[in-house]
Ligand binder design. Structure first.
Ligand SMILES: [Zn+2]
Length: 428
């Protein structure tokens, strides 16, 4: 059933007990070896020795991206550099990159966790895994590369390349699993259709897509176009990269590797915990990382949690798809809108393509949004009106729509840049 069944199907009590033991060890190590945490814990009047239950974690302050940056590059490491065998960095989507270190044990754990995600997504030893993430400081490519090797699958480390080259390799090497961002997968799907590749020319069966928020409608579209089963996975470089959570084939939430991470959901404004099922900001504490333990990291990713048992037999809690980032949240005339909600609508309207951008401008003292989307018939006023009406009813607020000709918006070779924010004075 699973990559590590003895772990992934533990009883709830066992999970909580293991988390408590590992949390205690992590906090002790952070307090002892990382001056930043020593200071923070002291300021909060917290002593790691006094940890009694998982709830005690709430007495601790959060760690922010800013904290990691202030201690860049090695200030957050809990081991000397001679014990660090690899350094990666966060992808820097929201500014400067921050370094992330791994001991030999950390690399082994990381491989195991990504192997779990591959297994959960249906990938096995016989699969040929094409990794189309950019190799480099970013954790995505190396994470999946090692995980797939650990599993015994055959890895094709293509890295980023033109759609033509990705498709050529996919065809020649009979790749059965594709690992990349959903937006890049869409670029490949459209390029395959455009090149007239007949269904069946490719051998793809599994798509493991992550590293950016995407929608159910985008999944349906990708599955239909690429003839594969697409699963979502989640991780972030600051706490080690991919491997934190991934969907099983049931595809109703991403199983969190709770034996290695403690995940909380809080209200992004009050920072108070919210109940299961409520969307809030995801907070992650690492439980086994040696080189760089991170306590209550504010991910700024919005999702909810459920501990309801899953049909697949795994007992690990599931997180919802990431609904967006707290800093992606667009306020249009007072309404809270996520780019992923706009995407879901666009994919449902016949006649538009899944390539779009959202331009934000400050006008007449308020924020206004313009959705630019590709359509085969960009001059079609009826279509434009239909998209506007549909968006207004789904989002609860009016946004302007502009139809543009196919292939006029930039294509993603990594993470898609969907929102063009012209509201700030320093914006281009
Ligand atoms: Zn499941």
């Amino acid at each position: 059933m699973t990559g590590q069944p003895d772990r992934e199907a533990m009883d709830r009590e066992e999970i909580v007990q293991l988390q408590l033991e590992r949390l205690e060890a992590t906090l002790n190590r952070a307090q002892r070896s990382v001056p930043f945490y020593q200071r923070r814990f002291a300021e909060a009047g917290f002593d790691a020795e006094g940890l009694r239950s998982l709830d005690d974690l709430r007495r601790l302050p959060f760690t922010t991206k800013r904290d990691l940056r202030d201690n860049h590059p090695y200030g957050m490491f809990a081991v000397p550099l001679r014990d660090v065998v690899r350094v990666h960095a966060s992808s820097g989507t929201t500014g400067l990159a921050t370094a992330v270190g791994y001991t030999r044990n950390d690399l082994k754990t990381w491989s195991d966790l990504v192997a779990r995600i591959l297994v959960a997504g249906g990938v096995g030893k016989d699969d040929v895994v094409q990794v189309a993430f950019d190799y480099g400081l970013f954790t995505g490519a190396f994470g999946f590369h090692q995980g797939a090797e650990r599993l015994g699958a055959s890895v094709i480390p293509v890295s980023s390349a033109s759609a033509r080259r990705q498709l050529g390799i996919m065809k020649d090497y009979r790749s059965t699993a594709l690992v990349c961002t959903p937006s890049h997968a869409m670029t490949l799907a459209d390029a395959a259709i455009e090149a007239g590749l007949k269904p069946g020319t490719l051998s793809l069966r599994h798509g493991l897509f992550g590293a950016e928020p995407w929608s159910e409608s985008m999944r349906a579209d990708l599955q239909a176009k690429l003839k594969l089963v697409a699963t979502d996975n989640y991780g972030l470089s600051e706490v080690g990269g991919p491997g934190l959570a991934g969907e099983c084939l049931d595809r109703r939430g991403l199983h969190v590797a709770e034996d290695h991470f403690l995940v909380e959901v809080v209200d992004p404004e009050t920072l108070a915990p919210v109940p299961d099922g409520t969307v809030g900001e995801l907070i992650v504490t690492t439980l086994t990382r040696e080189a760089m333990p991170v306590v209550r990291f504010r991910t700024h990713d919005l999702a909810s949690l459920t501990r309801v048992p899953c049909a697949c037999g795994r007992t690990m809690a599931r997180m919802s798809r990431v609904k967006g980032r707290t800093d992606d949240l667009i306020l249009v005339k007072g309404a809270r809108v996520f780019p992923s909600e706009i995407e879901a609508v666009l994919l449902e309207v016949e006649g538009t393509e899944p390539h779009y951008e959202i331009v934000l401008e400050r006008r007449h003292g308020g924020d206004e949004a313009l959705v630019r989307v590709e359509a085969a018939t960009p001059g079609d006023e009826n279509l434009r009106g239909a998209v506007e009406r549909r968006l207004a009813s789904e989002l609860g607020v009016a946004v302007a729509v502009e139809l543009v000709a196919p292939r006029t918006l930039p294509r993603s070779e990594g993470k898609a840049r969907r929102v063009i924010d012209r509201r700030r004075p320093d914006a281009p």
